[in-house]
Design a protein around this ligand. Sequence first.
Ligand SMILES: *[C@@H]1O[C@H](CO)[C@@H](O)[C@H](O)[C@H]1NC(C)=O
Length: 358
Amino acid sequence: MLRSFPALASNKMQALQSLPRKSIILALSIVTILIVLFRFYGDVPVDYYRNYAPAEAIAPVVTNNDKPQPGYFKAQPEWDWQVPDYSNGWQGYARKPRNRDVLVLTASDGGGHNSAIPNVLERVLDDREKYCQKHGYTNLWLNTSRYDIGEAHRTWSKIPAVAEAFYLYPSAEWVWLIDTDIILMTPEYDLVNEVVGPDAIKRGIMRDTPILDGQLKKNPTYINTPKNPRVEDIDILITQDHQSVNTGSTFFRRSAFTRYLLETMTDYSMLMGKEHTGAEQDAIKHLMLEHQLVRNHVGIYPQRKFNAYAQGGNNMGYRDGDLLVHFAGCWVGGKCQEWFEEFWGKKGHKDVWRPEGQ
Ligand SMILES: *[C@@H]1O[C@H](CO)[C@@H](O)[C@H](O)[C@H]1NC(C)=O
């Protein structure tokens, strides 16, 4: 047996050497052609197979918008929404999401101030559906009146909706929470390249800018956003008006930090059950003013990036080309319906309508 080994080996060598060169060349050519063909014609992006999230939604998503939750909101399964390993530390990650993993969330029961506008919920949902189809984003409406949030003000119930959105869509990477009193004015606007992608964040968020708690002149906080934010850390994207952050249009990224922030914001004895006129908006503002760690994870964009108001100067008021218009505070002068219809008629407009300096 032992002695036959060398013999066997040399036999093999001979066999290899005697293989005709032609067939080797032919085999190599075929492999090369296949590689080239696959690269150019079977062009399935690598991203397609990348495991983006702990679980892809395979079964169609079922919402329970027509029935109340069985008990206190925090005890519901959606608060156990999962995050993948790469986003479970506070150092985070940076990458461009797939468009389908950007979720546009309307958290509303159609009531409140907005009910002054006829069929407002149906109209904006239909419009957002078209926007999402155009870009491949995911559109979702969650009925906020089904959450049992105790005695807290109803606007807090937007936060359980964010948790439920992450839970219902396990691959959703960014959830964009937008109020019902918002009209998307520029349907071409690309959220990944303009807002949530790492390059956009790097380019766009405001460094060393004061975090407001009322008007800056009257009540300076002396607390600023980081001078050198790390794009990997940014999990929340928000804007400020002249007084404070505004949660009417806010982006949340699936990460352990975001989950903990949502849980903390809705802590009943520390924040949610307390008297806060600005509800969930005051909660995030308070946490930003109080905690360096929270400031590191919240990126503040200039207001008009994704939260222009119907009225205001160049920092605040809608101008041609802005993504959207938000009718924040329209009920004060009873103007909701009038303003809404005016802007609705100008949706997607290309003419010169609200130019700079007006
Ligand atoms: C929202 O939920 C509430 C409570 O579950 C329900 O009474 C109401 O009909 C729902 N609204 C819509 C528009 O489905």
